[in-house]
Design a protein around this ligand. Sequence first.
Ligand code: COA
Length: 254
Amino acid sequence: MDILTHRHGAVLAIEFNRPQKKNAFTSDMYVALEAALREGERDDTVRAILFHGQPGVFTAGNDLEDFMKRPPQSMDSPVFRFLEAASEAAKPLVAAVNGPAVGIGTTLLLHCDLVYAGDDARFRLPFASLGLVPEFASSYLLPMVAGYQRAAELLLLGEPFDAQAAYAAGFVTKVVPAAQALDTAREAARKVAALPAKSVRLTKALLKGTHRDAVRNQLQVEAGHFRAMLGEPAAREALSAFLEKRAPDFSKIS
Ligand code: COA
């Protein structure tokens, strides 16, 4: 099973479990992620949801081979259904990040309420270097939390950055020693799950409130570009290069 769920009292933990591929998400994994998240939202005994990978790996983002073979065709595709479910979740979302958190591994955090990064975490937003565009409303949320220039650097240059830089960019709650990230996140999830559920839900709704429509709109606009760009020569070259373990050559592609 590439996605596992665990219950710790009122906390539902959703574990990415494909370490041999750095937890890269396939379409089937998005289906499982959406199902787990929606079940957590539906179940009244769940009061917080925690995302984590294994020691040393959060997720390498979209599985690039799966993306080439089974590109998302519409907003009803597994990836977009998961993005919608996570961006509209009413219950608190907590994340423990260790190791690589690439692409959606970073943009998912913009939708989480409490994010604990180990000092081994390595973030990256490589959309432009893959011939793609930002997703998960990150082109809206990242400038909002990080400021325009910092967001532009992270989204245009797409270079890796560490946990301190992610903290400075505003989407990590706290940086902790690598071995403590999961326990710290679990403890925070347990604490928030022990609070009056309705107050927590309303507080989150109020925090997200003014941006809800803008996030939904940006997510859809990005998704339209993302789907179109996946079929273009630059993305084909970048994805092929990744699979063939070589550097991409964009010199003849506009
Ligand atoms: N899609 C598909 N396979 C992936 C993957 C991805 N996003 N990320 C890693 N893998 C696979 C590798 O191809 C490799 O498979 P192999 O053992 O069959 O050759 C395996 O996972 C281990 O990855 P590797 O690159 O050897 O690990 P690493 O520790 O050297 O580097 C990363 C880890 C995450 C930095 C690196 O794998 C990477 O940059 N991945 C691509 C991330 C990306 O661009 N994601 C898309 C965002 S939209």
